[in-house]
Design a protein around this ligand. Structure first.
Ligand code: TMP
Length: 213
């Protein structure tokens, strides 16, 4: 199915501690300061179902990679139906902290789920909805983990460095295959530098028509 809506769909991806949430909020603040309607939401989460699934996924010790794959997808279906699609139809800029590329990087590259299975499940869950722009905040996990205050690391944060290196390599492989969609940024640069680069890409794309700074 091909979608037509007045909104703009922007995805920000990266390993733990890469600064995604901060950059999502900065982008939203910038858009809001220009009176461009924007929301930030996250995966898994953003709906009642999604936040419950998030709790499960962070704690559930008996989940294997396949049950994870289906749970992330179930949360995604709820978020798309209840938040993302309605907001895009309303004309908002939807800034999403993680999307299908996290499933490919974590459940695929790092945990070994079959890529063809992941692609078909992602396609079913999203009805093939693609973002207008995607940003990869790239940073070595060894560096990004130092930024995190992990008093109580969740199941994913407890994985060893080699796991997170596989996630990073997965993201780089995904992003390097589509330079129109993706911008790869060095997330070890300062928060403001990364924000400026995101903003420059957003304004230089045709995604946000007449609302340029
Ligand atoms: P975070 O939003 O705090 O980064 O936590 C979400 C965790 O879930 C993070 O470790 C990445 C992981 N994740 C997957 O493994 N697959 C997915 O499809 C998504 C959306 C997240």
């Amino acid at each position: 199915m091909s979608y037509s809506y007045p909104g703009v769909f922007i995805v920000i991806e990266g390993v733990e501690g890469s600064g995604k949430s901060t950059q999502c909020q900065l982008l939203k603040a910038k858009l809001s300061s220009l009176h461009i309607p924007a929301i930030v939401t996250r995966e898994p989460g953003g709906t009642r179902t999604g936040e419950q699934v998030r709790q499960w996924l962070r704690e559930g010790s008996d989940l294997n990679r396949l049950s994870e794959l289906f749970l992330f997808s179930a949360a995604r279906v709820a978020l798309l139906e209840q938040v993302i699609i309605p907001e895009l139809h309303r004309g908002s800029v939807v800034i999403l902290d993680r999307y299908i590329y996290s499933t490919i990087a974590y459940q695929g590259f790092a945990k070994g789920c079959d890529r063809i299975d992941i692609d078909s499940i992602n396609k079913i869950a999203t009805d093939n909805l693609q973002p207008n722009l995607a940003f990869l905040l790239d940073i070595p996990p060894k560096k990004s983990f130092k930024r995190k205050s992990c008093e109580e690391p969740d199941r994913f944060e407890q994985e060893d460095l080699s796991f997170h290196n596989l996630v990073r390599a997965g993201y780089k492989s995904i992003a390097s295959q589509d330079s129109k969609l993706w911008t790869i940024l060095d997330a070890s640069e300062s928060i403001n530098t990364v924000h400026d680069k995101i903003w420059r890409r957003v304004t230089s794309s045709n995604a946000i028509g007449n609302n340029k700074d």
